[in-house]
Write a protein that binds this ligand. Sequence first.
Ligand code: HDE
Length: 714
Amino acid sequence: MASKKTPESRQSQVAGTDTPDRANTNAKLQSLEAFRSDATGQALRTNQGVKIADNQNSLKAGARGPSLLEDFIMREKITHFDHERIPERIVHARGTGAHGYFQSYGCHAELTKAGFLQDPEKITPVFVRFSTVQGPRGSGDTVRDVRGFAVKFYTDEGNFDLVGNNMPVFFIQDAIKFPDFVHAVKPEPHNEMPTGGSAHDTFWDFVSLVPETAHMVIWAMSDRAIPRSLRMMEGFGVHTFRLINAQGVASFVKFHWKPRQGVHSVLWDEAQKLAGKDTDYHRRDLWEAIETGHYPQWELGVQIVPEADEHMFDFDLLDPTKLIPEELVPVTPLGKMVLDRNPDNFFAEVEQVAFCPGHIVPGIDFTNDPLLQGRLFSYTDTQISRLGGPNFHEIPINRPLAPNHSGQRDAMHRMTLDKGRASYEPNSIDGGWPKETPPAPQAGGFESYQERIDAHKIRQRSDSFGDHFSQARLFFQSMSAHEQQHIIKAYSFELGKVEREAIRARVVNEILANIDLTLAAAVSANLGLPAPKAATVKVKGSKLKQSKALSQLGKQGEIGISGRKIGVLVADGVEVASVDKVVKALQAQRARPMLLGPTSAPVKTADGKALPVDASIEGMPSVMFDGVWVPAGKASLQALEGSGVAKHFLLETYKHLKPMGLSLDGKLLLNKLGLQEDAGLLLGDEQKTFEAFFKALAEHRVWAREAVAESVPA
Ligand code: HDE
């Protein structure tokens, strides 16, 4: 069973890991070593290095007298404290991060000359930051929102930032609309509500007036917006990029991250409860997974479109509100990423990391996607105020591993002590160094792709960007029945919070009716509005009628139930053999069982021994687990039966469609709760039952139970 973890036991917990612990060979981690500060055995000192004798009392004129201005120790301490906060990110403020590495599956020289994609032996350190978009730094992790998925590759040729999301498209087509969109989705300006979500008037007002948002909004109303774990999200580069090989041949690509942990979500009721019961649910999950050696892994892949095929689709590759269905262009795997180390200091690493889509290396280039073009400006610009000037690349987490002799000088917080006299190029004083590097493959100087442009300067949206509904329709029609229901409920919930009826009606009539009339009818019924009879625009529809890759159903990943958290409910009188059996069976699958008792005190087993528990049932409610098991022991089962908290735990687990298992003795308890056995509610503790339980856990939810579970209160 999971032992209580102390900071000191962190290292020893990394046993039986999914992959070897690479932390010690990660070059970026080694480069951070010079900046890590360990105060163990050290005297308390001022920032100037003076040892402090009294950190309890300020300097005063007499024990009861006024404090003195000359108290440099207190002044230094308070001055520093007064400036401890930096501006949070204007979007994606709430996030968490981890270190890891990337390894290419082979040599992809035919596609790109990028060095980190040439050699399967090459280990490229990465730092990843996941985030929500709307909420401030302290907001809940499980709000309905898009998740940021930003990866910094510290390659030998410089940093490459793949700054993506967990959804493959975006709300708008042109960067000039981004401030409008963000102003609309952020909390209402008069009362700063709601925190973390889009269920309010200004968001729905904007998106109902701007139909290009339709596709992304339906993704945001789907289960993708309430992931079970950051480890269980797909990631997307969104824009079409270019990869260029040593011969100068370019291909269009879309970047994908595919999690080995599967793609799973929580239910909306769970998401809302978790936002209160564990605001840090996602960051805790990622932290614990890494601490316990369940290193999350993703496969990096690309959809490749040769330059010659640019115009072969029924949408424009440059339009960021469109995806390339995987049925048309499959994802080619390039390599894998493993996250195997938590940060030492959240502020220094996660808060100060600065991503920018403009950070690319030779072999990668942009396209003319007008959203991407705007992003290339925004990210560096925002760091200048957030991180206090143009030297943010010198902050340890942002430093490339490649040398960066740029000739740039000075500015706020300059840390490098540049030697030499010439901070200009060309120069003859310092031998001409640093010098340009030709772009030839071996030399490695960056060369932009030589795209031919011959055009008028105009403010205009391309006609090829004009279809806003075909892919939104494809998305809805590719969902399984339960996913469609969740989408209907999400629109109904969000629009139910919108005060202005005209906005609700506009969403239904001008947006949903053009996506799918059954969707529009279901949502309008829930809002008490008349169902629209027909679409208001002519939607040509995608050639492809369904794309299975868009649904989460069946995306189980390859590692089974490794890392899933299972609550094992025990009380006085529990049979220790029954507990051991299930715990061992779960641990053999690398799942994480936790014993939960009536209180945090040990319970007394049927044979009178003390059995320590990991937490109380109340302290770790059902929403924090992927499933539950109730071991044998008549007295224990009776105690659970008499406990409102335990019964609520079980009913809620059932309601949230999670796998449940009870030893045969549990039949009575099940009857009392009014629950029936099903494909994921199992009785018995023989190997066959365990296997059925593991299978249900791997599938994550018992969807067939959803209609029955509606009537269960919880
Ligand atoms: Fe961002 N975005 N964005 N964005 N974005 C920022 O940069 C911006 C967009 C994304 O963990 C900001 O350092 C503009 C698309 C992520 O630190 C800012 C536009 C995608 C993160 C900014 C977009 C993203 C950001 C805020 C439209 C998915 C968090 C603080 C033209 C492909 C990175 C910062 C992290 C953060 C601007 C649209 C992803 C203001 C102008 C599309 C994952 O610069």
